[in-house]
Structures are given as C-alpha cells and as structure tokens.
Design a protein around this ligand. Structure first.
Ligand code: F6R
Length: 627
C-alpha cells in the first residue's frame, strides 16, 4: 500500500526521504514523489514506476531543503500515472500533501471545490486535501488549524502529511485508521507509514493513535486529538537492529527470510515454552507462557479466527490444533467477509485476529466491529479478543486484550514466509495452553508435542541443507511452459497446500489452485493432463494413504506428480511420485511447519529463474491498509 515519509530537521531532506521511501518499497507501489520546502517555495518531483526513475529526475535538482514529505503510491483512485502520483499540491502550489488510505467522500468534496473554481490535475481522492487546506488557510494563520478543519470534512481511513511554503518550519501529520509513526532524533523528527523507513536515523518512536494530529517542528512535537485537545504521549525505544532490514548476502529478501525460519522458531520456543515444566510435576505449572489471563481462557465454548491471505492459512492450521488438541469448536473466517456478514453471536467465544503487519484494514475492521457488537451484551457474550501479530506496536494491539508476538523480525519480502511459520507456532502454543488448562490431553502427550516442537529448527535446517539444490533444479522444469499447478493435501496439511499455491501464484504469476485431496474427483480432476503438475502434500499420519490414492488418481490422468513427504517414505513414495521433496521424519501434528518449507523454496526458485521481482511482485502490497 502507499507509503509516507516525512522529515524536518537539520539535514538535507531529499536524501532522507528517498532512502526512507526505498525502505518502504516492499509495501508495493507504482509511482513515487517528494515535495520539499526551500526559500519560500514548494518543490515537487514525481515519477511513474520504480524509485530509480524518481532518483534519476532528482539527480539534476540541487536542494538544501531541511523539510519535506515523500510518498510511494499504490493506485486506488486513478491510474498509476505521474499526474496521479503524490504529493498533491494546492492551486497556488504553496502546500503539498501525501496520503495513505482512501477518502471515501472525495467526489462530493471535489464537486464542491470545482463549483468554487478549483481546477483538479489528478483523478485521485487525495487532491481534495491540499485544496481544502488552502481554502481554510485563507481565514487562518495556523496550518495546524487548517488541517484540523480539513480533516473534519474527510470520511474514510487515511494518514496524511502536509508541508507548506508559508509555514516552512512545520510538518503536520494526522492519522485516521491508517498507520503512522513518528521518529525522534537530535533536533530532527520523522514520520512514516512504517518504522522501517526511519530505523537508520532513530529507534525512538511513537505510534500515532487514531484521530490524532501532530505538529513537528525543529524544536519538538506537539500531539492533539481531533477534538483539538493536547495529548501527552511518550516515545519508546525499539530494540530493532537496522541490519535486520538488509539482505545480508542473499539474492532476495524472500530467500533470506526462508533461511531465517529455524532462528525464528527457536526464538518462539524460547519465549513461550516454560523451560522448567515437566510432564509429571506440579499440575498448576503451565508448560506455556503466553500470559493469557483466565478471563480470556476460562469456560470457552468457541473460538473464531479472523484473518486474510497467508494469515488465514495459518489460522486453518490453528483451527485443526484448537479442535484436535484443545477440543474447542473453532471457525475461521476471512476478515474481509466477516466484517460485512458476521456470524451469530456464541457465548464464551474467544476471537483471534491473525495479521503479521497488524495493520490489514479488513482484519482491523472485523475485530473492531466484533468488539463493538458485543459491547453491551451480558458478560459471557462480550468480546474477548487476542491478536497474533509480528508487529506488537501496530494497530491490532490497540484493539485486542492481549497480543501474541510472533517475534519473526521484520519481513520485507511481500510473500510471507517466516511470519507464516511464526503464526503457526503461535497456534501450537495457544492450543497447548488451552489443552493444558482444560485437561483435554494428558501431560505426557503435551510433553511429546513439545519435544516435537523443539526439533523443528534443526529439521528445517536439514531441509534447507539437503533439498535446496534439488528444488532449484526441479524449478527449471516449470519456468517456461507451465501455466497451471494443482496442490493437494488433507487434514492439517490442506492449509499447506493452500499456502503452497498462494506462494506460487503471487511471486511466479503461475495460476495455482489448492484442493483438499479428496475433493479432486468432485470436479477439479477434469483440469488434469500432462501439462498440469500436481503437488501432493503427503505427510505420514492418519490421511497418508488417502492422499497417496488421490495422487494416484491424478497420475492416471497423466499429471506430473510432485510429492512432499518424509525421508523414510521417500523410497515408497518414489513409486507414486515423479519428483519427491523430502523432509525429516515428523509427527503428523507438527508436519505442516516442515511441509511448507519445500513449497516456499519451489515457488521462490521458479520466480527467481523466471527473473521476476520476487520481493515486490506486481500489484501486491505487504501491508494492505485499504479495504
Ligand atoms: C501472502 C501474503 C498476504 C498476507 C495478507 C494478510 O504471502 O503475505 O496474503 O498474508 O495480506 O496480511 P497480514 O498478515 O499482514 O494481515
């Protein structure tokens, strides 16, 4: 989605803005621009396409400006053309605005402005903002006040940053539902849609709350709510390391992030497993440290999980675990569907929002509406909300009662890999915590599952060490003529088939579908012939034989069969599959976290061999902050 960066201080603003925008590239964009204020003028430069184009244009511009705003645009209203790129200016070109979000009532505002003689240059919703501010400034000397008056007229979810030639020492920012953080340096201040943009300059940050507006000057930051009251807030210091945001020798961020997965699982295990727990000891000493209070976990009759995309797949693995291990009926909904057709209210429901970014507009809205619709009900029908997120400072944390931090570190590749594994780990911990509290499985069974979880990091390392070359070689077979793929799986590994298909489509642009293996013969099998490879996730366990039979049915239709299975099964599997991707021996309950790794790598290599933009696939955004 769109990215915003703003700077005011003592350094040359343009360089800081461009390097900030580069760090936001991963969010996805199709054009970019910057506006700076210098010698009583707003200087605005924009370009369609990658930041390189903007850089080229800026090469000939000498600027000493110490204040400015920058933007990467992911088109919503109006094509990705230069005239639609941000910043947008008022008619007198004295003030510039960048926006992330959607102004829902812009047509109405635009008509009003046009009837007052304003001429529009773009088709965007954003352009109404500088014109409105400009009108309000005609009767006010305060930029802050004019922005406040403008915001009062805007409907929708948005974050904005504003600079003005007539107020050269002020950067005004505001937030309504879309993310915005402020950074505090020595005599310099920053704003950005995501803290990664400002991490090289400062780790002292403050996340603006909804309906807050801030005035940044070289002397400090003042924050107000939309009602105009001054708000006191304290910034906090991040423990993030800017090096985490580098590729560290890997060709792509996605590959680096695939290789970081063993470390991510280790961090999750260290954070959430109680090291001193023993299956045969103190019954009141929980094996899991999620910090969930009894009012969130006691008497649960139902769990509902809300998520989008890959997080929705992690939620499906979670459903399997919560039902089979903790014995709690669990539903999983797309947040984008749930928000407009919520399920009938069930008493004693725990609602779990899953979002790596913590900012996905649909997930946030679904959670907010769930809290609102249960607010005035009897206590057992009221909302109990938890969030599973990789960004504990994000918007989701402000809505839920408790956050499970997935500790995966910043993920730059648009295709989620390590955050998926970390979300699934979050569900193991949640299911085990609830199983322990509800006594749905024995302590020794809990001990066995935990022992299995502890093996995951080294098992992923084994896959990465032993399979990487074979997977890369296999990938070559699908880079020129293959147009469709089918993925099949069953039980706890059906979500892995879904995730394998999603990874392939989003980065290689090859059409891929996933089905529960037993559903193939109810329709999709008609698609199969020797041009459509089938990937079967065939992990030993309760449904292994069934998946193998379904795979045989595909083979009988001439499909090339690729199997993901364990090393011990590989010889037997060689009779069924044309190609076998092996993972170490593992219990079925733990198998999804291993089975997904070869699928991530297969997608990665197919896309990389095709020479595609693996980290920033076309049309996609890392953080989907608009509906
Ligand atoms: C796929 C992917 C997306 C996200 C989805 C939700 O690789 O990354 O499908 O999973 O946009 O994002 P979050 O988890 O931030 O809510």
């Amino acid at each position: 989605m769109c990215g915003i960066v703003g700077y005011i201080g003592t350094q040359a603003a343009t360089d800081i803005l461009i390097s900030g925008l580069e760090r936001l590239e991963y969010r996805g964009y199709d054009s970019a621009g910057v506006a700076t204020v210098e010698e009583g003028q707003v200087n605005c430069v924009k370009a369609k396409g990658k930041l390189l184009k903007l850089r080229e244009k800026l090469e000939h511009v000498v600027s000493k400006a110490q204040i400015g705003i920058g933007h990467t645009r992911w088109a919503t209203h109006g094509k990705p053309e230069e005239h639609n790129a941000h910043p947008h200016l008022n008619s007198a070109r004295t003030l510039a605005v960048v926006q992330n979000g959607i102004i829902e009532n812009y047509l109405e505002l635009k008509e009003e402005l046009i009837s007052n003689g304003v001429e529009f240059i773009s088709e965007t919703d954003t352009e109404v903002i500088p014109h409105l501010i400009s009108q309000f400034l005609a009767n006010s000397t305060s930029l802050l006040e004019a922005v406040q008056q403008t915001i009062a007229k805007l409907e929708g979810a948005f974050a904005i940053a504003v600079v003005s030639a007539d107020h050269p020492y002020e950067l005004i920012v505001a937030r309504q539902q879309a993310p915005l953080v402020l950074g505090f340096g020595q005599g310099e201040f920053f704003c950005a849609s995501d803290m990664t943009a400002i991490l090289p300059h400062t780790r002292t940050i403050l996340t603006l709350d909804n309906e807050e507006i801030a005035k940044l000057t070289p002397l400090g930051v003042e924050i107000y709510n939309f009602a105009g009251d001054r708000v006191s807030r304290f910034p906090r210091t991040l423990d993030w390391n800017p090096v985490q945001v580098e590729k560290q020798g890997f060709r792509h961020y996605m590959l680096k992030e695939i290789y970081e997965q063993p470390a991510v699982v280790r961090i999750c295990l260290d954070n959430y497993l109680n090291p001193n727990w023993h299956a045969d000891e103190d019954p009141d000493y929980s094996p899991i440290n999620l910090g969930l209070s009894p009012n969130l976990t006691d008497n649960l009759e139902h769990i509902q999980i809300l998520a989008c995309g890959t997080s929705w797949h992690a939620a499906l693995v979670g459903k399997y675990l919560l039902e089979q291990v903790a014995d709690i009926p669990t539903t999983v909904d797309y947040a984008s569907e749930f928000r407009y057709s919520p399920k009938p209210i069930i008493a004693n429901t725990l609602t779990v929002g899953v979002t790596q970014s913590g900012e996905t507009a649909d997930t946030i809205a679904a959670l907010e509406s769930e809290r609102a619709r249960r607010a005035n009900l009897e206590p057992k029908r009221q909302a109990k909300l938890i969030g599973i997120t990789n960004r504990p400072e994000s918007t989701i944390a402000q809505i839920v009662d408790r956050v499970i931090d997935t500790h995966a570190g910043i993920e730059i590749g648009v295709a989620a890999t390590k955050t998926f594994i970390a979300q699934v780990m979050g569900f193991y911990f949640l299911a085990l915590d609830l199983a322990y509290r509800r006594k749905t499985i024995s302590n020794s069974k809990i001990g066995e599952i935990i022992a299995g979880l502890r093996h995951i990091p080294s098992q992923i390392e084994t896959i990465l060490d032993t399979q990487a070359d074979a997977i890369e070689e296999l990938a070559h077979d699908f880079t020129t003529e293959t147009e469709d793929f089918i993925f099949i799986g069953r039980g706890i590994n059906f979500p892995i088939a879904l995730e394998g298909a999603l990874k392939l489509k989003e980065i290689s642009y090859i059409h891929a579908e996933a089905y529960p293996a037993g559903e193939m013969k109810h329709g999709p099998i008609a698609l199969l012939d020797n041009k459509v490879p089938v990937v079967a996730v065939a992990m030993p366990g309760s449904v292994y034989e069934k998946v193998i039979s379904n795979a045989q049915e595909a083979k009988a239709r001439d499909a090339r069969l690729i199997g993901v299975t364990t090393a011990m099964n590989a010889t037997e599997a060689a009779h069924t599959f044309d190609d076998v991707l092996t993972v170490p021996e593992v219990d079925e309950l733990i198998s999804p976290v291993l089975a997904v790794i070869p699928l991530q790598m297969l997608s990665y290599h197919i896309a990389a061999i095709k020479g595609l933009d693996v980290d920033q696939p076309r049309n996609l955004a890392k953080s989907v902050t608009v509906e």
